[in-house]
Design a protein around this ligand. Structure first.
Ligand code: SF4
Length: 218
């Protein structure tokens, strides 16, 4: 666990985390007599609201206010030990730009001042799980795609390497997403996005040409 982003079910677990591994791999509810009930609340950085809500939930169970069944492995955590009540849905499923995605309207270049979908400029929202673009990063304000920046996949296994370059569309199936979902996504938007990316490249090239001409005229 130590310092290895998003990595679980690995051989390099330390002996002292065996009760945790047992809980993660074999299910059931954590035994508070033997386990430090660690779960993953990933992010870059991890969201304070998400951490606080998770710790509060576990504290309420430890104090006996809530039943231990609340922390049942299968209903509480996903396959990467993330609390499902926070990380169940993808960024994409909760995105305020979803209407533009559905309409096939994409940004032509990063930073373009419009509300269009950011998939064409590298958004990793379809592969990433977190709610912050819906509920806001702090007190209802901010969040990845809400503010015009792409989702960079920071809650997913393999971040950062598997999600770079951040401002280019994904061209492979990353860890943490089912092949079936990718097929559905690819069938649905592959053609549209390919067109959008080509249009974006053309627009960017024209923009650069225009800037070059302006400089020459000066
Ligand atoms: S901006 Fe990203 S998360 Fe939002 S609809 Fe487009 S691809 Fe999905």
């Amino acid at each position: 666990m130590k310092g290895i982003k998003g990595a679980i079910h690995q051989d390099y677990f330390q002996p002292e985390v065996e009760p945790f591994r047992k809980y993660i791999d074999e299910g059931g509810v954590p035994d508070f007599a033997t386990i430090k009930p660690a779960v993953a609340v990933p992010g870059c950085p991890a969201n304070g609201n998400g951490m606080l809500r998770t710790i509060a939930l576990m504290a309420l169970v430890a104090l006996g206010v809530l039943p231990a069944s609340v922390l049942d492995r299968k209903s509480f955590l996903d396959e990467y030990a993330r609390p499902l009540f926070i990380f169940q849905n993808t960024v994409h499923e909760q995105c305020p730009r979803a209407a533009w995605y559905a309409a096939g309207v994409y940004r032509e270049y990063p930073g373009q001042p419009n509300a269009a979908c950011l998939y064409s400029v590298g958004c990793k929202g379809p592969w990433s799980h977190c709610p912050w673009n819906k509920v806001g990063w702090v007190a209802g304000v901010g969040g990845p795609t809400r503010t015009g920046g792409v989702c960079i996949g920071c809650t997913q296994p393999g971040f950062t390497d598997h999600f770079e370059p951040f401002y280019e569309p994904m061209n492979f199936t990353p860890v943490g997403r089912s092949a079936a979902a990718d097929v559905a996504l690819g069938v649905g938007i592959g053609g549209i996005v390919a067109g959008a990316i080509a249009a974006a490249a053309t627009a960017l090239s024209k923009k650069k040409e225009g800037e070059g001409e302006k400089k020459e005229q000066k």
